[in-house]
Design a binder for this molecule. Structure first.
Ligand code: C2E
Ligand code: MG
Ligand code: MG
Ligand code: MG
Length: 289
């Protein structure tokens, strides 16, 4: 059965629920051509330190500029790309491009890249990561790989080996969309995550009195702290949500309140322009929008 919000192999057939089969075939054909026509670009969303509001990281998010449909959301085309076998190419392009662009940002600022479970099951991934880092001359500690719970449905031994090989390179790991998958928790003790990203479905509405999401966020933060992992609360939009997330002890925050996804040059200007250096990142002002 399909998961409600899994980002991996479980939602292959969800995107076309809105589209006819013919429409879906057209989308597939366009997607097959996209790599040759470079119809993709990346945007970057700031992740700030909850205390200092310094930008410590930007998450790379892929965008598809479709000639007639306009911007197609990754939530719609990544699952299609996974199904028709295009994720290895798209994922490699994302990794290489994100490393090249991040190399233009000030040194402590990291880039986070989403990795599909299909990429994570491919033994060539460590080689691609090494080559992307080398081509960009980006130190490995400035690259964070965002992985969803879907990888734990892959073969156990191969998944363990993949974590070990990537960890040896020196990259960081974040567990993305935590709480929306099957959350068996057992893997938290053996996979080397540096950070848990609390899914925005828990943040949304958490500040409404009587809402139970705050209790869930508090529990996730306690779990992460006892495992010596950081926490990023995703999708903070309002001052109320921000205040609540802070009070619950999340170490990092990502959401429209601090900035929407932006082009690499804007990201660089955002950290450089804010002037004051506050290790391990740079001060940021609230997004005026
Ligand atoms: P994600 O990794 O959980 O990324 C966060 C998503 O939440 C992004 O949507 C971001 O724009 C959105 N978001 C951030 N803050 C807020 C907020 O305050 N309010 C609201 N309403 N939304 C917020 P986006 O860019 O549409 O990406 C959707 C998903 O597509 C991502 O979720 C990720 O799972 C996937 N994705 C994006 N880029 C890539 C990629 O390069 N490779 C892979 N495999 N998946 C990707
Ligand atoms: Mg992510
Ligand atoms: Mg996420
Ligand atoms: Mg999410």
């Amino acid at each position: 059965a399909a998961k409600a919000d899994g980002k991996g192999v479980h939602r292959f057939y969800e995107p076309e629920m809105h589209a006819s089969a013919k429409d879906r075939r057209l989308l597939e054909m366009d997607l097959r051509g996209v790599m040759s026509e470079s119809g993709l670009h990346l945007v970057y969303q700031p992740v700030v330190d909850a205390g200092s509001e310094a930008i410590v990281c930007f998450e790379a998010l892929v965008r598809w500029d479709h000639p007639t449909r306009g911007a197609v959301s990754p939530s719609d085309f990544i699952p299609v790309a996974e199904e028709i076998g295009l994720i290895p190419q798209i994922g490699e392009w994302v990794l290489r491009t994100a490393c090249l662009e991040a190399a233009n940002w000030p040194d402590p600022v990291r880039v986070a890249v989403n990795i599909s479970p299909i990429q994570f099951a491919n033994p060539s991934l460590p080689g691609i990561v090494l080559s992307a880092l080398a081509a960009a001359q980006l130190p490995p500690h400035r690259l964070e790989l965002e992985i969803t719970e879907g990888v734990f449905l892959n073969d156990d031994a191969a998944t363990d080996a993949m974590f070990a090989r990537l960890k040896a390179i020196g990259v960081r790991f974040a567990l993305d969309d935590f709480g929306t998958g099957y959350s068996s928790l057992g893997y938290l003790k053996k996979a080397p995550f540096n950070k848990i990203k609390i899914d925005q479905s828990f943040v949304r509405g958490a500040a409404v009195p009587g809402n139970r999401n705050a209790a869930i966020i508090r529990a996730i933060v306690a779990l992460a702290e006892s495992l010596e992992m950081e926490t990023t609360a995703e999708g903070a939009e309002t001052p109320d949500e921000l205040a609540l997330i802070r009070s619950l002890g999340c170490s990092h925050i990502q959401g429209y309140i601090f900035g929407r996804p932006m082009l690499s040059d804007e990201a660089r200007a955002r950290v450089a322009g804010s002037g004051k250096l506050a290790m391990p990142g740079l001060l940021v002002t609230r997004d005026p929008r």
